[in-house]
Design a protein around this ligand. Structure first.
Ligand SMILES: [Zn+2]
Length: 331
């Protein structure tokens, strides 16, 4: 059995998996993405390499590798703009210390294995087509609702290799500042970071909420998970915040439906645990704004790869690349 390593480097956490060629995740680990400043550019990729070496030295990983017929390579998904040809990160708004890093070269050198680099949401989209909720669909968009908001497109059954920076479509003129340098981006209204900023600013203005007593009284320690848990307790600020996420995502999705004529939108990422709190508003808003003829049959689906979407997709892309190379060699 062939196996591959999948890496999903996000703004908060890095997921590392070993996947089999049928998409089964054999081993999975989540660790915080190393944080470093612009000056420490050298260090973040070194630390990512060290983390992967540690993962592979784990007894369970060693066993899986020795039982396999071949370790095909490493697929890497990372949040940001990618130069596919050079295997380089152009700009990662949420992990700026990775800007300009030649990830493919670094990992190829360190591990002497084939490496593919892709945007994390594109990798996720590929995973949904490969073994997930999009398996039987030809045209769909995947949105990853995590620290930021990523997007990937499967068009005519294939991964569209474009930027698909869905999170950075402008949704509010003169809106909230965004990490990309613009303002009013969808990501600033519908993402983990957006909902944290939104509740902190409301609490600072004196809005009453159970949140004011959470996190040892330090509102700056609030996380998306805390907001979700407090929403479950019926807190009106937290519930309103998720309703707004649904509204803004619905607007963004209506734009995507009108532009791309897709069959489905698949939503994944860390925030989809709160699905029930935003999906009604999202569907209502999308139906209200998109062309009726285009939106009537569009399905809004929950990701089938909730736990390891980006890393599974990255491993899938690696299998796909090495199979392509094998085919070329055979012909
Ligand atoms: Zn932006």
């Amino acid at each position: 059995m062939k196996i591959a390593i999948g890496l999903d480097i996000g703004g908060t956490n890095t997921k590392t998996i070993i996947a089999a060629q049928n998409g089964e995740v054999l081993l999975s680990r989540k660790s915080p993405t190393p944080v470093s400043t612009e000056k420490d550019r050298e260090r973040i990729e070194n630390r990512l390499v060290t983390n992967l070496k540690e993962f592979l030295n784990d007894e369970a990983a060693k066993q899986i590798i020795s039982d396999s017929s071949e370790l095909a390579g490493i697929g890497i998904g990372v949040a940001g703009l990618i130069d596919r040809r050079r295997g380089r990160i152009i700009q990662s708004p949420n992990i700026s210390s990775l800007n300009g890093v030649a990830m493919r070269e670094v990992f190829e050198k360190e591990f002497s294995l084939p490496v593919i680099l892709e945007n994390d949401a594109n990798a996720y989209a590929y995973g949904e087509k490969w073994i997930g909720a999009g398996k039987d669909l030809e045209n769909f968009v995947v949105l990853t609702l995590g620290t930021g908001l990523g997007g990937g497109l499967i068009y005519k059954g294939r991964l569209y290799e474009g930027p698909m920076e869905v999170g950075h479509m402008t949704i509010v003129p003169s809106g909230r500042y965004c990490t990309c340098g613009s303002s009013g981006c969808l990501e600033s209204y519908a993402s983990g970071r957006a909902i944290v900023d939104r509740v902190i600013s409301s609490l600072e203005k004196g809005t009453e909420s159970l949140l004011s007593k959470c996190c040892d009284g330090n509102i700056y320690k609030i996380t998306p998970e805390v907001i979700y848990e407090t929403a479950l307790e019926g807190d009106s600020l937290c519930r309103e915040v998720f309703r707004e996420v649904g509204q803004f995502l619905g607007i963004g999705i209506a734009n995507l439906i009108n532009i791309l004529g897709i069959d489905a939108v698949i939503i994944g990422g860390g925030l989809i645990g709160a699905w029930d709190m935003f999906i009604d508003e999202l569907s209502k808003e999308a139906q209200k704004r998109a062309f009726k003829l285009l939106s009537t049959d569009v399905k809004i689906l929950k990701s089938a790869l909730t736990k390891d979407g980006g890393s599974t997709g990255a491993a899938g892309l690696l299998f796909n690349m090495t199979a392509g190379v094998a085919n070329q060699t055979a012909s």
